[in-house]
Design a binder for this molecule. Sequence first.
Ligand SMILES: [Zn+2]
Length: 341
Amino acid sequence: MKVAYSDAHRTHDPQSFLVRGRMQRSAEQPARADHLLQAVEAAGHRVVEAEDFGSGPRTAIHTPEYLDFLETAHERWQSLGDASPEVLPNIHPMREGGGYPQSIVGRAGYHMADTACPIGPGTWSAAVQAAHTACHAAQLVADGEHVAYALCRPPGHHAYADKAGGFCYLNNTAIAAQWLLPRFGRVAILDVDVHHGNGTQDIFYWRADVLHLSLHADPAQFYPFFAGYAHERGAGAGLGYNLNVPLPIGTSDAAYLRELKRVVAFIKVFTPGALVVALGLDAYEGDPLKGLAITTAGFGAIGAAIARIGIPTVLVQEGGYLSPELGGNLVSFLQGFESVA
Ligand SMILES: [Zn+2]
C-alpha cells in the first residue's frame, strides 16, 4: 500500500495538555509518527513524500478568519510581551453579542474548543503539511489506487470549520473527503478513532453528499463530552446522513465488530463512490487514553471488515498514542484491509 507522509510534522511538538486540572506533556508527540512510519516501512509499504496541494483544499473546509488565526497566532501572541511559548486560550466566549474579537487573546478563545491545541512556532506549517498528506493519499486513490494511507500528524477529526480542538487544527479527514467528492460523487467517512469525530460531524452535518459515521467511546464519560450521541443524525438536507455509535467504555473486539457490521450495512445503502476512514488507533486496549479495548488482532479484523465494503478508500491517520504496540496495530489494520482488497 502507498503511504503518503511528510517529515514536516516534526515542527509541531506541543508541550502543554491540561488533564483534570494538571498541566502535562501533550500525548500528541512527534514520536507517534516515527513509530507508525517505522512500522509501515518494516512491513514493506511504499512511503511517498506528500506534495503541496496549495491552499484550496483547506479553504474548502475552514473559514478564512480561522485559517488566518492559525497562521498568525503564534507571532501575535509573542508580540503581547510576557507571553507563554505556546498560544493557549484562557477564555471561551459564548459567541453572543460582541462579534469577532480584535485581541489575539480573545481570538484564541474564539477559535480553540479546549486547551489541548497549543500553537507553537511550527504548528501552522505542520498542520498545513498534514492536510497536504491527506490530499496526496486522496489523489492516489483518484488516480486509480484502490486504497492509500495518509500518515498525518497532527490529527484532524476534532477540528471544526473555525475551531481547533483535541490535538487537531486542520481537519485532514474532511479535507480528503471534500477532495474526493467531485471525483467520486458521494463520499462516506467512517471514523474508528476511540473519540467521536465531532469536528468532521459538524462540518458535514447539514449535507447529504457526505455520510459521516463514527464508532467511539460513549461521550457521556469520554472526550468530547458535548457531541457523539446517537440522537445526532444530521440536520436539514443532511438529516439521516450522520450516524453515531457510542460504545461502553472498555468495549472489546467482538462487540465492536458486531456494531461495525451494522455501520457497514448503513454505508452500503448510501452507495458512496469512495470512503475515507478516520483511522485512530487509540481504541487499543493498551492505549494510554483507555477508552475501548480493541486488540492488535482486532484492528486486523476491523481493517478486513472495512475493506469488504469494496470501494476506493483513503485511510487518514487520526489518534493513537505511544505504546509499544502502536506501529503493530497500524500494520495489523493495513494487513487486514489488504487481505480482502
Ligand atoms: Zn482519538
